[in-house]
Ligand binder design. Structure first.
Ligand SMILES: Cc1cc2nc3c(=O)[nH]c(=O)nc-3n(C[C@H](O)[C@H](O)[C@H](O)COP(=O)(O)OP(=O)(O)OC[C@H]3O[C@@H](n4cnc5c(N)ncnc54)[C@H](O)[C@@H]3O)c2cc1C
Length: 211
């Protein structure tokens, strides 16, 4: 794959041959014209075509030759900017919206992989957030405080507005990680399966480092 920019070569650029297309030399008509054949343009086109639209995609370089050729293909709803910063700048409502929209996008990608039988080794794996050298020692504690928000977001998908009654919270007390979940069986299963168990080893690892 040829990259449109940058000096380094990603694993995709090194191992994947993308289809190439001749320059457009005639007038075309279509329902929708998309400029940019990166993951965003192609995904938009995919959904439009499935909905029955006639779509043309234009690009001044190779298909996926832009930023898409450099992705590490790591899909996560835990955004790089971190919950504590996002909440401070955009407010809790927006953080919930962006997190759930990322979760929906990942679910959609998984569905497309399954429906189209794409052999891309899509896998759901535990995620680990490590303390960087320049991060304050309490950085992860503060991030952990997002546990309650994450729980309410997941819970909202199950029980709707009643999720706001949840007092779920997570934090560190006297050197121990503490998670408080509502008492119903479904709530405990949700919190344990989606949040606590996948992240527990990492949480314990980080808590042990605290002074
Ligand atoms: C090193 C690196 C690692 C990353 N890792 C991850 C990751 O792990 N997980 C993740 O989710 N995201 C990651 N990202 C971000 C992710 O790659 C981008 O968000 C995503 O690829 C953007 O897709 P796009 O379609 O918007 O843009 P692009 O892939 O850049 O596509 C835009 C296309 O538009 C074309 N174009 C632009 N202007 C014009 C024009 N005027 N006329 C015609 N064509 C035009 C370009 O040629 C290009 O092909 C990473 C990014 C980088 C750089």
């Amino acid at each position: 794959m040829q990259s449109d920019s940058g000096k380094t070569v990603s694993v995709w650029m090194d191992t994947i041959k993308m289809p190439t297309f001749a320059p457009l030399e005639e007038d075309l008509s279509c329902d929708v014209c998309i400029v940019g054949a990166g993951i965003v343009g192609l995904t938009t086109a995919y959904h439009l075509v499935r909905a029955g639209a006639d779509v043309v995609i234009l690009d001044d370089g190779e298909v996926c030759g832009g930023e898409t050729s450099r992705t590490t293909a790591h899909l996560s709803c835990v955004l790089d900017d971190r919950f504590q910063w996002l909440e401070r700048v955009h407010g809790e409502k927006r953080v919930r919206e962006s997190t759930s929209s990322h979760m929906a996008a990942i679910n959609r990608i998984e569905a497309i992989v399954r429906e189209e039988k794409i052999e891309c080794d899509f896998a759901r794996v535990p995620g680990y957030l490590l303390l960087g050298k320049s991060d304050a020692p309490d950085f992860l504690d503060r991030e952990l405080e997002g546990f309650g928000e994450l729980f309410r977001m997941l819970s909202y998908e199950q029980v709707g507005a009643a999720a706001m009654l949840s007092r779920a919270l997570g934090g560190v007390s006297r050197g121990k990680a503490v998670f408080a979940l509502p008492g119903s069986r479904r709530a405990v299963e949700l919190g344990m399966e989606k949040l606590v168990v996948p992240e527990l080893r990492h949480v314990v690892f980080e808590v042990r480092k605290l002074p």
